[in-house]
Design a protein around this ligand. Structure first.
Ligand SMILES: Cc1cc2nc3c(=O)[nH]c(=O)nc-3n(C[C@H](O)[C@H](O)[C@H](O)COP(=O)(O)OP(=O)(O)OC[C@H]3O[C@@H](n4cnc5c(N)ncnc54)[C@H](O)[C@@H]3O)c2cc1C
Ligand code: SF4
Length: 517
């Protein structure tokens, strides 16, 4: 374990960010690494509890006390082995996870005192990449099965599934509709939260391990569902949950009102194009916030990323609206006691930037009742009202007012996966429209589902977990096929009329093949 009693004398040092006004001038990551000595101190605070609640808090079951201790002792090379044992992509979660593990840390019983688990995780993997310890791990020739599996969707769930299946020895083809792999990590989450080279080097690791990556292929259109089923012995669907929740009020059809992902795709592509051209000048793109009064409807991660991008583009003002009431500042023990994830107020990085520049603000308990337009069909304003405090959060009579806006971004979450491909394969869905796959196996044998398309819009850590779990189930299925085939070969050898012929048993029943595989 770390240092005995260290948590009593060493204070928690939270994750440091670059200065809020300075970081708005570029698209570079705002997370700052801590020096190794400070990290060792933070690792020393871990008490290695007899029952480490953080294990349960982490959806991946990361072995947190083990690597805290290894970082405390400066054994980073061992720490990354522990970390990779449960997490394919710790640099994704180390940068982007909300860290439910920290909410479940025993030190967090004293609120705000948890071990800085996420920061330590990120530093271990950053160090591992810097040292050249992260290498492709292709399967040994003796482990190759020759079994074919398609993974559809190269977000974190699909990437994790593809890596696990390849390392298990199968022939893996990873289909991706976009021009590059990464899913929401590539085209939703902005560069200042995760630089895209961090995503790309993992994609290249998969390719070097032998995963065949086919980008720009819309499965269901470019490859039909039948072709997919014919060509592959197993399929893992990891297509995300991409149907956005809409706001069907009067004026919704006005120009300048967009689902958040339309804007975020444009921004991420613009940053990628600038990087490719070697310039810091990021072009505006088809949807731009530059010089505009922007209203973002929705108070979650997606909304925050719209605010952060709008500020970097030079919006005149940005207002983020949330329908629900403002949560309490402290953990509400009656509702979400330790070790549960506390439903409390957290200042987003984007609102921190907004406050620093006086350019952005947020308001809770606000409902939009209609949009007002200009003569040429563009949005001019929202009509909003105070929202009642209980569902369905209707407008409080007499509280209506106008809010000027010439760009409105709808970031109210996602309903379910796009239905076309699941329907074409004939998959059952759950009542929310997600692919029904209780233990990752869908209603169609040989087809599995993982990530947001199975559980609804969620978190990266869950996507990785689900990709790993679905890969395990697909692997079992592929081994079952092999087993069945081997059994049939032996059986047919025993009963086939060819056995009776002068030429002896058929060649395909080799003497060394055990019955049942
Ligand atoms: C803007 C935004 C910010 C977020 N920020 C965070 C954060 O900070 N931390 C966090 O933990 N979570 C965050 N999330 C949530 C997180 O990104 C998702 O939960 C996670 O990416 C889900 O992974 P996935 O692999 O299931 O799906 P996705 O990442 O959505 O990937 C699905 C992939 O499937 C592809 N695809 C879909 N249909 C087809 C088809 N027919 N053929 C081929 N390819 C197809 C898509 O193009 C996509 O690449 C954020 C979400 C959004 C929208
Ligand atoms: S993946 Fe998330 S929950 Fe798990 S240890 Fe890392 S930060 Fe914590």
């Amino acid at each position: 374990m770390g240092e005995l009693g260290a948590f009593l004398k060493i204070e928690r040092h939270g994750v440091p960010y670059r200065d809020a006004t300075e970081r708005l001038t570029d698209y570079e990551e705002f997370l700052v690494d801590r020096p190794t000595a400070e990290l060792a101190e933070q690792g020393a605070r871990c008490m290695e509890c007899g029952v480490p609640f953080c294990h349960n808090g982490c959806p991946l079951g990361n072995l947190i006390p083990d690597w805290n201790d290894l970082v405390y002792s400066g054994r980073f090379a061992d720490a990354i082995k522990q970390l990779h044992a449960t997490n394919n992509f710790p640099e994704f979660t180390g940068r982007l996870c909300p860290a439910p593990c920290e909410a479940a840390c025993v030190l967090e019983i004293r609120e705000g005192d948890a071990v800085t688990i996420k920061q330590i995780e990120n530093s271990i993997i950053n160090r591992a990449w810097d040292e050249g310890w992260v290498l492709p791990e292709p399967p040994q020739a003796s482990a190759l099965t020759g079994r074919t599996v398609a993974v559809v969707g190269a977000g974190p769930a699909g990437l994790a599934a593809a890596q696990q299946l390849r390392r298990a020895g199968h022939e893996v083809t990873l289909f991706e509709r976009d021009e590059a792999a990464g899913g929401l990590l590539r085209f939703g989450v902005p560069d200042f939260k995760i630089d895209k080279h961090v995503v790309e080097r993992r994609v290249q690791q998969l390719v070097a391990e032998g995963v065949e990556l086919r980008c720009g292929v819309d499965v269901g259109v470019d490859v039909t569902a039948e072709e997919l089923r014919d060509e592959f012995e197993a399929v893992v669907l990891a297509t995300g949950s991409r149907v956005p929740r809409d706001l069907p009020v009067a004026g919704r059809e006005l120009a300048g009102i967009h689902p958040a992902m339309e804007y975020l795709y444009v921004r991420n592509r613009a940053v990628a194009a600038a990087q490719a051209a070697g310039t810091d000048d990021v072009a505006a793109g088809a949807i731009t916030a530059a010089g505009k009064h922007v209203v973002v409807i929705g108070g979650g991660d997606t909304g925050a990323d719209c605010v952060g991008n709008s500020l970097r583009e030079g919006a005149a003002s940005v207002t983020q609206l949330e329908l629900l009431p403002e949560p309490p500042r402290q953990r509400p023990d009656a509702k979400t006691p330790w070790p549960l994830w506390p439903q409390k107020f957290r200042l987003s990085y984007a609102q921190e930037e907004g406050r620093a520049t006086h350019k952005a603000d947020a308001a809770f308990s606000v409902v939009t009742t209609r949009f007002e337009g200009t003569a040429d069909g563009g949005v001019r304003a929202l009509v909003v009202a105070d929202a009642e405090s209980a569902p369905p959060f209707g407008p409080v009579v007499g509280s209506e007012r106008e809010l000027a806006a010439d760009l409105v971004l709808l970031a109210m979450g996602f309903l379910h996966p796009e239905p076309e491909l699941p329907d074409a394969i004939g998959l059952e869905k759950d009542p929310r429209g997600n692919v029904k796959a209780g233990a990752y196996a869908t209603s169609v044998p040989g087809v599995f589902a993982a990530g947001d398309c199975r559980r609804g819009q969620s978190l990266i850590v869950w996507a990785i977990n689900e990709g790993r779990a679905a890969a395990r189930m697909a692997d079992r299925h592929l081994h079952a096929i092999a087993h069945e085939e081997a059994r049939e070969l032996v059986m047919s050898g025993n009963v086939s009329p060819a056995d009776e012929g002068p030429e002896g048993p058929p060649l395909h029943t080799s003497g060394g093949m055990p019955a049942g595989g």
